[in-house]
Design a protein around this ligand. Structure first.
Ligand code: SOE
Length: 402
């Protein structure tokens, strides 16, 4: 165990919430920003402290600690969850270790934040929910990190749906497109291995859009019909571990064991219809998440590439003046924006992690079940499993005959 370094925490005079984070690559860096900034921007009941960061490579984790401002390091997550100077365990590892770490942390009396998707299977997610429920009785909380709920514009969209501005919902249309797998020489990183990632674009991108669609609609999917595809089935083996989005290749190849793309339709309990597309092969689309909701009183549209904006069409206005209008979501009355910059000075991707930390700290202090809870994460996991089951049944895919 590395000794604590000089703390960089702001002296807020508030009781601390000492965070221990497992994993320090892309998501770990994003979460570090969230923990570092939340208490400096928002007035929080507890002051988050970047207490310990954990990774298997001692030199690399020390470098990450110094880059992101963590006071101490561990190389074994089991040691981290047992530490007395950690109140909350933040899990930023690939999906195959989520269940084991989360359950151990909850049993050790810690609050937990777990990256999405909650787990690699429904059975693991169920065990995590059971552990979270038992811990709840001891005053602990557990949250899953669906950060796109925390874009001010998506939170505003949720508020507008709840206010009835969309009316009876008929359609939800969501796409989440990336292109980092287009090159067949891109190496076989952990994100392309089923035993580590659980699934491919489905669990990585599909989990986000299922959660966002259900959150904005305010209801859950009742059923799905799906097709999935793995376009490149064999890839070069990587030489070194990476975040999974970048890597150098080596000698030899191995099989890709996850989906490259997943397309599915769904039906909400109310009868509203939904369509979903998740892919890593949409050339030119880097992190393009778009969602549109259509109801009998209006429509809402959001595009992550323009995340300070929300489009709204009020169908109750006379046709003469009606049409989509752009709401610039930078006013202090908008969700999360009371503490940021003056109107017009927008936010970005990293702020979603600051907002996530803010909401979780408040839930911990208030003893409230945070949203999205582990139960919400389990429900998304069930949708992902249903998508895979449907895609595996060719019966739902009717061939066109001459
Ligand atoms: C990679 O596809 C990835 O980093 C996801 O894992 C994240 O959850 C998403 O927010 C951005 O893309």
């Amino acid at each position: 165990m590395a000794q604590p370094q000089q703390s960089e925490e702001a002296d807020t005079g508030k009781p601390p919430l000492r965070v221990g984070m497992v994993g320090y690559a892309f998501m770990g860096a994003a979460h570090s920003q969230g923990w570092r900034t939340a208490g400096r921007v928002f007035d929080l009941p507890l002051s988050p402290e970047l207490a310990v960061v954990c990774g298997r490579d001692a030199d690399a984790v020390r470098a990450a600690a110094s880059r992101h401002g963590w006071a101490a390091t561990e190389t074994d997550w089991r040691a981290l969850v047992e530490r007395d100077d950690v109140d909350l365990v933040d899990i930023c590892t690939p999906g195959d270790s989520h269940a084991e770490i989360a359950i151990a942390a909850l049993e050790a009396g810690k609050h937990v934040l777990c990256e999405k998707p909650l787990a690699n299977s429904v059975a693991e997610a169920e065990a995590m929910v059971r552990a979270a429920e038992a811990a709840r009785a001891r005053g602990q909380v557990a949250m899953v990190g669906f950060n796109y709920r925390r874009v001010p514009a998506t939170a505003l969209a949720r508020r507008m749906v709840a206010e009835g501005r969309v009316g009876t919902l008929r359609h939800v249309r969501v796409t989440y497109l990336q292109d980092w797998l287009v090159d067949p020489e891109f190496p076989l990183t952990w994100r392309l291995r089923r035993e580590q990632a659980g699934s491919g674009s489905l669990g990585d991108l599909g989990a986000h859009i299922v959660d966002l669609a259900q959150y904005l609609a305010g209801e859950q999917l009742a059923g799905v019909s799906a097709i999935t595809e793995t376009f490149v089935r064999e890839r070069p083996l990587p030489t070194a571990p990476s975040s999974g989005l970048t890597a150098v290749s080596a000698a030899g190849t191995g099989p890709v064991t996850v989906d490259d793309a997943a397309l599915f339709t769904g039906r909400f309990a109310s009868g509203a219809l939904a369509s979903f597309e998740a892919t890593r092969y949409a050339t030119g689309r880097k992190n393009a998440l778009r969602i549109e909701l259509n109801g009998d009183r209006g429509s809402l549209a959001f595009d992550l590439e323009r995340l300070n904006e929300l489009s709204y069409h009020d169908a109750t206005e006379p046709g003469e003046h009606a049409g989509f209008r752009r709401i610039l979501v930078t006013e202090p009355e908008h969700p999360y924006l009371e503490a940021w910059w003056p109107p017009g000075h927008g936010l970005g991707y990293e702020h979603t992690f600051v907002h996530q930390a803010r909401d979780l700290v408040r839930a911990v202090a208030g003893g409230r079940v945070p949203e999205p809870s582990f139960a919400d994460g389990l429900q998304v996991q069930r949708v992902l499993a249903a998508v895979e089951e449907s895609a595996g049944k060719n019966s739902v895919y009717t061939p066109i005959t001459a």
